[in-house]
Every structure is written in C-alpha cells, then in structure tokens.
Design a binder for this molecule. Structure first.
Ligand SMILES: NC(=O)c1ccc[n+]([C@@H]2O[C@H](COP(=O)([O-])OP(=O)(O)OC[C@H]3O[C@@H](n4cnc5c(N)ncnc54)[C@H](O)[C@@H]3O)[C@@H](O)[C@H]2O)c1
Ligand SMILES: [Zn+2]
Ligand SMILES: [Zn+2]
Length: 361
C-alpha cells in the first residue's frame, strides 16, 4: 500500500488592507490584491509607521502630490515573502527591517556626483507614490535595512527622521567639542541634538515651545533657550557670547523652517562657521549678504539622507530609551482619522505619532 504524504502548502495572504487618502482629510480603507514578491523585492508585513509634518500636509491636500495616495514614509516591518531567486541575498523571511522610502533616477547631476538624496527626479514612498500605510507592501531589497539586534520594531520607523537629522548635521562637518546651536526642537531638531551629543559636541537648542525644550534637554541638550519675540534677547545674547568666548556657535542647524531663524543664524554664527538649513519653507529668506561673504560662512542646504540608515539605526538602538520619549501618541491602523486629527492639533503636544498594525509587534 502506498501512502501519499501531503506537504502542506502555505496559504498566501490574498489581500492587503491599505489606508488610501482619497481627498482632503479623508481616508478610506481598501482591500487590494496582496503583493507578490518579484525578483529583487520582498513582501513586508507592516508593523509600525510613524507620521511627520509632511503627512499632515498630504492628508490636508496641501502638498505637491495628487490624491489618492497611500501615505506612510517612516515604516518598519517583517519580511514575510521573498522571491526564491533571492535566496542568499542576505535577507531571510522573518527579518525585521526598516524601509528607506527614497528612489532616485541615477542619471541627473546630483545622482552623477553621488548625492542621490538630492536627485532632481526624487520619489518618496508615501509622498509622491504609494507608501507604507498598508498591511503588506512589496519593497525592493535595496531599500531594506535589517534592524540591529535589540532594536524593537515599534521604534524602528524613527530611523528615517534620524537619518534626516544626521544628514543635516553631517553637512555641517561637526567635530567633537565644538559648540553647536540647533534652532527648533521639533523631532528633527531633537534628533540632531542626540546625534551631536553622541559625537561629543556641546549643544544649545532654541525653541518657543517650553515642552519641546524640555524634551531636547532630556535628549542631552546642554543649554535650552526659550524664544519669546526676537531671538536672542539681550540676556540670551550674553549667555551665547560667554559660552562661545565671544565667537558665536561655529555650527548652527536650522530645524525650524522659519526664514527669520536662518537670518538670525547668519548673524550669530562664528566667523568661518557653518549654517545648515534642514527646515523647509516656501517663504522668501532675506539676510545681511555682507555677513555671508565677510564672515566666510558656509550656508548649506540638506535634503533627505544619503546612505545613513544603518548608522541611524545604530544611534537609535543605543539611545532607544531616550528616543522613545519622542513618540507621544500611538494609534491603531484602523484609527487613522483620530491619529491625523491629533497630528494637526496644536494643543495635543505631539512629538511623533506611531501607527501600529494589527498583529504582533
Ligand atoms: N530637508 C529635509 O529633507 C527635511 C525632511 C523632513 C523635515 N524637514 C523640515 O525640517 C523642519 C523640522 O521638522 P520637524 O518635524 O522637527 O518640524 P516641527 O514643526 O515639529 O518643529 C519645528 C520646531 O521649530 C520651532 N520654531 C518655529 N519657529 C521658530 C523660531 N523662529 N525659533 C525657534 N524655534 C522655532 C517650533 O516651535 C517647532 O518646535 C520642518 O521645516 C520640516 O519641513 C526637512
Ligand atoms: Zn517624515
Ligand atoms: Zn537623479
């Protein structure tokens, strides 16, 4: 008698549930065919996505992208399927990964000089094409970074904004012991503080929001400056001068997106210093042009990040207890209306909002 042993065939997930931003402040949950892994891609079961200010603009239909779109560009999940031909490419089913959401053309000037983070044809998941507010997403392997051991997946989406802050700091070539001023204590400013402190810099931070300054101090800032009206006020100018031996900070990172803050940075920065703008605004910037030349200031822009995800994941891993404080709110994937309403509520005291997908983290 012959017995046929039936090998159980794993059942494929047939659908994926996506949160589609279809119109201003409107999210519809839709069932889509589940993605199938093609060569060079992995299917990710999403664990956690964090939201940022850009998400608020897209949700409010106040962004250079057409709706509908699936939002979500700060995302971490688990590899659930790989194409068999990818065996050995370094990834395995079950790996916890963070997704780099950036795509570049490879041929424009920026790409040709290796600065793909400033690609002229840049696309970003969740901003210019469908992103990660979906239960399953097929992602190119080149955009995946395995989490270091010990880094919880529910914290891992912060790797993306950390990489943004790190890029801004690295553009300014910080050195240990140097006195740096970070303007703006939102998530990007606070993450810049953490990175600069890790490098051994002394860091001052300025913001008009006391609670945010307290968070920056909890993340290591040495000197918080509360901005009330013009900055610096007379006593703050004295303190900055005393701190820097009359020179002014030699590196200033603007993480406010306020033109006035950049103009002030050009006034305050030490001669031969650097000012980095990571904050973004559509408004015009006006400043004293003489100072740019005579102080020989390096005025630098900073966009996205270039090959910093692994370094960023390492920083997050080492400072995970501290940086967890940045996540002030968590919502379930099916509670996105409340998440976005909270994101735009100035009274809610939002740092970062995390969205958790159903299932185990
Ligand atoms: N360049 C990039 O690739 C990139 C990527 C992400 C975000 N950003 C930009 O970086 C900036 C910071 O991002 P975030 O998420 O931390 O934003 P955020 O709005 O949460 O934080 C900005 C902070 O700046 C403070 N602020 C505003 N005006 C100020 C002033 N004149 N002086 C001192 N503080 C002031 C605000 O109180 C706030 O705490 C934003 O402009 C954002 O658009 C840039
Ligand atoms: Zn973001
Ligand atoms: Zn390009």
């Amino acid at each position: 008698m012959t017995t046929t042993i039936q090998t159980p065939v794993p059942t494929r997930q047939l659908t994926a549930e996506a949160a589609v931003t279809t119109a201003q402040r409107t999210i519809e949950y839709r069932q889509l065919p589940a993605p199938v892994p093609a060569p060079g891609t992995a299917v990710i079961r999403m664990n956690t996505v964090t939201l940022c200010g850009t998400d608020a603009h897209i949700w409010d239909d106040d962004y250079a992208t057409e709706l509908p779109i699936i939002q979500g560009h700060e995302a971490a999940g688990t590899i659930v399927e790989l194409d068999p031909t990818d065996a050995g490419q370094g990834f395995s089913v079950g790996d916890r990964v963070v997704i780099c959401p950036m795509f570049y053309c490879g041929t424009c000037h920026a790409c040709s000089v290796g600065r793909v983070n400033a690609c002229r044809e840049m696309s970003v998941y969740g901003c210019y094409e469908d992103g990660s507010l979906v239960s399953r997403q097929a992602v190119p392997l080149a955009n995946l970074h395995r989490l270091p051991g010990g880094l919880p997946v529910d914290l891992a989406p912060l790797v993306e904004p950390i990489s943004i802050a790190m890029q801004a700091c690295q553009r300014g070539r910080p050195v240990a012991g140097e006195k740096v001023l970070v303007n703006g204590a939102g998530p990007i400013g606070v993450l810049a503080v953490t990175y600069l402190k890790d490098l051994g810099c002394e860091v001052a931070v300025a913001d008009m929001n006391q609670a945010r300054l307290e968070l920056a101090a909890a993340c290591g800032a040495d000197r918080p400056f509360l901005v009330a009206g013009a900055f610096p006020a007379a006593d703050q100018a004295d303190e900055l001068a005393a701190w820097t031996d009359g020179n002014g900070p030699s590196l200033i990172i603007d993480a406010t997106g306020a033109p006035v803050s950049v103009a002030t940075a050009i006034d305050l920065v030490a001669t031969a210093g650097r000012v980095v703008c990571v904050g973004i605004s559509d408004r015009q910037l006006s400043f004293d042009m003489r100072k740019l030349a005579t102080k020989e200031i390096d005025l630098l822009g900073s966009r996205n990040s270039e090959n910093l995800f692994d370094q960023s994941a390492d920083l997050l891993n080492r400072y995970q207890q501290t940086l967890r404080q940045l996540i002030t709110h968590r919502f379930a994937f099916h509670d996105l209306d409340r998440a976005f309403t909270t994101l735009i509520d100035p009274a809610a005291g939002v740092g970062k909002i995390a969205i958790d997908f159903p299932g185990e983290n």
